[in-house]
Design a protein. Structure first.
Lengths: 117, 353
């Protein structure tokens, strides 16, 4: 499995799970479907970015930091447009998802073969 | 008349026993080891200014089987150019007629000493895998070592692994048919073929505690690579448990033990050993050669899989063990996901309030 594919799959799964947990927040429960879709989409976007980064740069600490930054940035955008100002509740899990995807894409997945001219 | 003291006689005897290297480019520094066949000296190559090890035959009998065996040993090592096999630089005869060969002087410790110092089983397994690779290379060149044991394996100063002492090695038929010729200068020692000094059926050679049942029974014709696989298993047993699989001193007694008595399972001696590592060891040490690994390459591959926390061919794990191995291999990822889930639970609980 390629690194971007791992990023997409993991980002989507964790993003969907992240969205589903909104069910436990009564104030936003009626918007659950939208939250799950947007959260999954956010996870996929983060997964693609982090996966391609991992294909280019082979460094566990840098990969984790990049994942954390991408996750935090996307979560910030989500929190900014979300009603209720749940910055902490959205950004912390979003950053964590980015960190996990960053680690997983560095550690697992096949790097592209290097062509020798 | 004045009699010489015992000390003086002993001193004179040691001087006459010392090999005379005056006609060579080597200068002996000190004796390193002495065996039944030869003595190994630390020496200096005067021309190149480097230290080397020289193995010298104990007796100056040019046409003896021992002399031919020694030259044959040098030839066998010389054809095995591998980082895990100590290289031979030179072979010759001293003025007193003793055969010698010069080889790389390895600084470091023997595998048994290394095992006593290193607690990590993983580190010991990595060294063992290097031993398997060197032996696999020899097998690929038609050479069976026949005396693999921790004392014949050196760990160099930089962690390199070297298999030593090929004195009783056997050339498999395909390899021994390559009729190399080596006539030592100044002698009539013509080593045209290895066959005349092949060990006769019923002769037990090797180290009892590490030799295969067929070797301990003297079944010389039947010995092949799988006999070395047994010895590799015994070396692995030692690395895992820090003791030899059979604690007997004589070949005959060991022959009985290896064929009739069960070996104590490594995990009974050291509970830290994984079931997979034990299975590899016991598969290599199977009484029947047919039940062992067919080659050192396959044994090395299983050790590699064990080190990478992947399933090994020698052990069929159940679902719980498979999950446990996966969790152990991916523990950091598992910890991250657990941390994430804990954080989520925290948010859920605080949101309800």
């Amino acid at each position: 499995m390629s690194k971007p594919l791992i990023g997409i799959l993991l980002g989507a799964v964790l993003g969907a799970f992240d969205g589903l947990t909104a069910w436990f927040t009564p104030a936003v429960r009626d918007q659950l479907a939208g939250i799950v879709v947007s959260s999954t989409f956010k996870g996929i976007i983060a997964g693609i970015a982090i996966g391609f980064f991992a294909r280019k740069f082979h460094s566990l600490p840098i990969g984790i930091l990049f994942g954390l930054a991408v996750g935090a940035f996307l979560a910030y955008l989500t929190a900014r447009f979300a009603v209720g100002g749940y910055y902490f509740e959205i950004m912390l899990p979003g950053s964590m998802v980015g960190l996990i995807v960053g680690f997983a894409t560095q550690k697992y997945g096949k790097a592209p073969a290097v062509a020798h001219g | 008349m004045r009699w010489l003291s015992d000390n003086t006689i002993e001193h004179l005897r040691s001087i006459t026993d010392d090999p005379d290297f005056s006609a060579t480019k080597y200068k002996v520094v000190k004796e390193i080891a002495r065996g039944g066949m030869g003595t190994v000296y630390l020496a200096e190559d005067i021309e190149l200014g480097r230290q080397i090890a020289i193995k010298v035959l104990n007796t100056p009998e040019l046409d003896s089987g021992l002399a031919r065996r020694m030259v044959r040993e040098a030839k066998i090592i010389a054809r095995l150019e591998h980082p895990g096999i100590v290289p031979v630089h030179d072979v010759g005869t001293l003025p007193d007629g003793r055969v010698f060969y010069a080889m790389k002087f390895v600084r470091g410790s023997r595998l048994d000493e290394y095992a006593a110092q290193v607690d990590s089983i993983k580190d010991r397994l990595r060294k063992f895998q290097a031993v398997c690779d060197a032996v696999a290379f020899a097998h690929a060149h038609g050479v069976v070592h026949r005396d693999l044991k921790p004392q014949n394996i050196m760990i160099g100063s930089f962690g390199e692994v070297l298999v030593l002492d090929w004195g009783v090695a056997k050339l498999l038929p395909a390899a021994s048919s390559e009729a190399d010729t080596l006539i030592l200068p100044g002698t009539n020692c013509d080593v045209r073929t290895d066959k005349p000094i092949d060990t006769a059926h019923g002769t037990v050679i090797g180290t009892p505690r590490y030799m295969s049942p067929e070797q301990s029974l003297g079944e010389v014709e039947q010995l092949d690579e799988r006999s070395d696989i047994y010895s590799l298993g015994a070396v692995l047993y030692f690395l895992l448990t820090r003791q030899a699989p059979i604690e007997r001193k004589t070949a005959g007694a060991t022959g009985q033990s290896a064929t009739t008595v069960s070996i104590q399972r490594p995990r009974e001696l050291n509970s830290k050993i994984s079931k997979a590592a034990e299975a590899i060891c016991l598969k290599a040490m199977a009484r029947s050669a047919a039940d062992r690994y067919p080659s050192a390459v396959e044994m090395s591959a299983d050790i590699g899989r064990l080190l990478d926390a992947e399933p090994v061919s020698a052990y069929r794990e159940n679902t719980v063990e498979r999950i446990g191995r996966w969790l152990g291999k991916n523990r950091f990822l598992v910890l991250l996901v657990l941390a994430y889930l804990l954080m989520r639970i925290f948010f859920i609980l605080t949101a309800k309030r």
